[in-house]
Design a protein around this ligand. Structure first.
Ligand SMILES: [Zn+2]
Length: 323
């Protein structure tokens, strides 16, 4: 195959490779690390289930290939609502619908409200002592909370599509952590804390993300002027395929210029996920979780897991993709 054809093929594969919020890697790490912040009474269920919690950390992204309304749960283009701190947008769903209509809210993403829906469901599952449901909802709320920590999930220019920076979404949330998290970052984090106002925390994280989005974009723009395209990108083999991705040197330079932002957001995500799990359990009256580990998933659950996987393999996002 000629060099030129190889490049065309690689570009095609780059476009075809599905993008994930935080990537498979980031979401798996965040859910997995969060387990170790829990008190012993919760570890009785969560520690033996760590494989499930990490494996299913990306189910919500896979569902974007099967369910059209899923996409809006992963982001909020909060800059559509004026200027920071976006006071014109009511933080309560009912008031927000009254002001902007449900259609508009869904169009710009419903992430912080969806986290609260998941929190209510998880609390109910704890109350009912439903082990499989607790684990499913814990894995999934972990995903949405982690997404709230990604600056480009709170910004309408979410993949740099407005500033000629396509690909920056996965660059920040997948490429940087995949290259650096295990070898260079510190995930010794304190404990889960009880959240008196979980909604306030998720909104705070969304606002922090929104405030950081400009830096995420402008730092890359500036750096790209110092790296010629052939130094910015590299061809690497992944899972038997040759893919074009940001080069190691460029990734390291970008991370350094962000001053530890990606690591900091990942740490905050881990802390927030553990705290939401813990808060749901406390709000349910701290039920005994001993004996819930290893309960089998229902046939319906198993079929749903398989259907998600099949839809994802087809590779067609319903609704909005990364750009
Ligand atoms: Zn997501």
């Amino acid at each position: 195959m000629s060099h030129r054809n190889l490049i065309v093929l690689a570009l095609f594969l780059l476009i075809q490779t599905p993008c994930y919020c935080w990537g498979f890697f980031g979401h798996r790490r965040i859910n997995g690390m969060a387990v170790f912040l829990l008190p012993p009474a919760m570890l009785a269920l969560f520690k033996p289930s760590i494989g499930f919690l990490t494996d299913h950390a990306v189910d919500p992204d896979m569902r974007r290939y099967a369910v059209a309304e899923e996409g809006a749960r992963h982001y909020i283009d909060i800059d559509r609502y004026g200027r920071f701190p976006f006071d014109s947008l009511p933080r309560g769903w009912t008031d927000a619908v009254a002001r902007y209509t449900e259609d508009t809210l869904r169009q710009h993403g419903i992430l912080p409200w969806w986290v609260m829906v998941m929190k209510a469901r998880l609390t109910a599952a704890f109350r009912e002592g439903d082990g499989p449901r607790i684990l499913k909802l814990s894995a999934e709320i972990g995903h949405y909370i982690a997404d709230a920590h990604v600056p480009l999930h709170a910004c309408s220019n979410h993949n740099g599509q407005l500033t000629d920076q396509r690909g920056i979404h996965a660059f920040w949330e997948s490429r940087v952590p995949e290259l650096l998290a295990d070898s260079h970052w510190d995930f010794l984090i304190g404990r889960a804390v009880y959240l008196k106002a979980p909604s306030a925390l998720i909104w705070q994280r969304v606002l922090e993300s929104a405030a950081a989005a400009d830096t995420v974009l402008s730092v890359e723009k500036e750096l790209s002027r110092r790296f010629s395209p052939d130094r910015r990108f590299a061809f690497e083999e992944r899972n038997g395929k040759i893919v074009r991705q940001y080069s190691e040197a460029y990734t390291i330079a970008y991370d350094a210029r962000l001053g530890g932002m990606v690591e900091r957001r990942m740490r905050q995500a881990i802390q927030a996920v553990a705290s939401f799990w813990y808060t749901a359990w406390v709000d349910a009256g701290q039920p005994d979780l001993g004996g819930l580990a290893g309960r089998p998933f229902s046939d319906a659950d198993q079929k749903a897991f398989e259907a998600l996987d099949a839809a994802w393999r087809k590779g067609v996002v319903l609704g909005r993709g990364e750009d």
